[in-house]
Ligand binder design. Sequence first.
Ligand code: SF4
Ligand code: FE2
Length: 628
Amino acid sequence: EIPVQDFTTCDATQQMITKGRLDGVDTAFDRAANMKACPIGADSACCKHCFMGPCRLNAKDPYGKVGVCGATIDTIMARNFARMVASGAAAHTDHGMSMLDLFREVVNGKIKDYSIKDTQKLEAVAQSIGIETEGRSAKEIAVELYEALESTYTAVEGEIPFAKRVPPKTLETWRKHGVVPRGAMREIMEIMHRTHMGVDQDYTNITKQCSRTALADGWGGSMVATEISDILFGTPSPVSIEVNMGVLKEDQVNIIIHGHEPNLFESMIESVNEPTFIEAAKAAGAKGINLAGMCCSGAEVLVRHGIPHAGNFMSTEAVLITGAVDIMAVDVQCIKQGLVKVAECYGTPLITTNPRCRIEGATHIEFNDHEPKKSTDEIVIKAISRFKNRKAKVQIPQNVNIGVHGFSHEYINYMLGGSFRGSYRPLNDNIINGRIRGVAGVVGCTNPRVKQDHVHIELVKELIKNDVLVLQTGCSQIALAKAGLTTPEAAHLAGPGLREVCETVGMPPVLGLGSCVDNSRILIAASEMVRIGGLGDSIADLPVAGCAPEYMSEKAISIGHYFVASGVYTVFGVTFPIVQGTRFHKHLFEELETMGFGKWGFAIEPQEIARLMINHIDKKRQALGLDK
Ligand code: SF4
Ligand code: FE2
């Protein structure tokens, strides 16, 4: 039996895996240990795109063999990679589309339970794509904005609306290579067509469509999700928050929301604050109702409302082992089917809410934006009844950590420049004068193939020690929050330059921005750094780098590729689905950079990842003439 310390650095998760073992419950950690990853699949050296195969090539001798149709290893790997991009991009764009559906119905008055909360953001987003706002009502602007953003998905020609936000030189590179997205639906459809048997069999041409589709995610679907969520639910600004499993309360009704789309959670916040439910909870013997988030659903409301966060992706089964969760409601993405069994063992109802995501053995209570409270109220009632009838022994790890999160692009602007003249100028100046060496995005999931949180934490520590400012989204920021690195006090772990900047501004050296779709905030921040000047003409010139050190999903591949296509050096950890030493590998890891894009990188150990990222940042500083 593998010691739990090898699975995760998260103490609370260790305690719960141990308890689970005593209770006879296994988790994805145990299953990963018992599931040897398929070595051919890990290298993406197999193809099952037609029934003359499936064909397996040999990663040790990649050019020794071709598929039945004659497909080379490069074609096979590029097609597999392209379909990962398509799936990941589809997930983010469909999430964005759900937000846009909600926005449309709010704007046309058919939905009354939600409203436009942030009209300033509404105007700013509209202006950014050339919509006139002067002297117009919020409703007029919103109607036009909706129509414009719908084309992010449906346009069959032209360029997606947010292409207008891309630095001109970066956009020029995209146009030169024919990768400016039209509508996301068209790009995803085309990628599926081109990767069908017998169509696109040139890995460089397939990579182009990967870029076009991934950009339709980053500057399209994901960006729409972020911007519309801000308009409807408010733009984040820093709040002090609690993370870790100790946010559960033994004497309260504990409700966990896990998944991705903020509308479910926003409605749940309303439901748990209903006086009748609070009364009902008290009548059932509880002190109150305690709402906490997990995964990206949690990250959304963490940064907007300061709702506590119980843990990231690899803690979602572990949290149920506490026995203290009175209900877990989920919507879409990153929801392990394994939750069903764990929930069953502890008598916790697992509720699916989205028609896109039903799970065998879970209870489905459909959430509908037109009557949101109908479903969230029902979930609260069920939770109270589970509390009343709790049979499982409750054991809550007492770990609680504090962090300050919610650094939206808008807030960073304000924080650095003040309310009179918000600007990225001070950030650029501090990069130019060398106090800040560069900026890194450290994002993404946790993965049981590596020790949970370990790579995130050690990598970020090394980066800030070297004066690299770190921006974070998704599950990664929860790893760092649990390690105490998202507080202003963590500045003492930073190098002297970054430390001075953090202390002057009163900010943490590690800035939590939001959920995975909020990686779009990092794109906007990068564009703003280019616009302010002094750091080159395109995103590819900036002394920045990105990393998803413990990634696990196809969504992460799409995110990684839109950063690469936008001009960012992006390093992934764990494993990379490609055979080293092949031409497709060389294309992604070297040639894309010479074409004006960013490029991919790969390393497993945190020190090695940090070295790659810092070397790249230094290379860009040199090219800009900042370090002579
Ligand atoms: Fe084999 Fe070619 Fe069919 Fe793929 S498309 S399974 S490589 S024959
Ligand atoms: Fe996510």
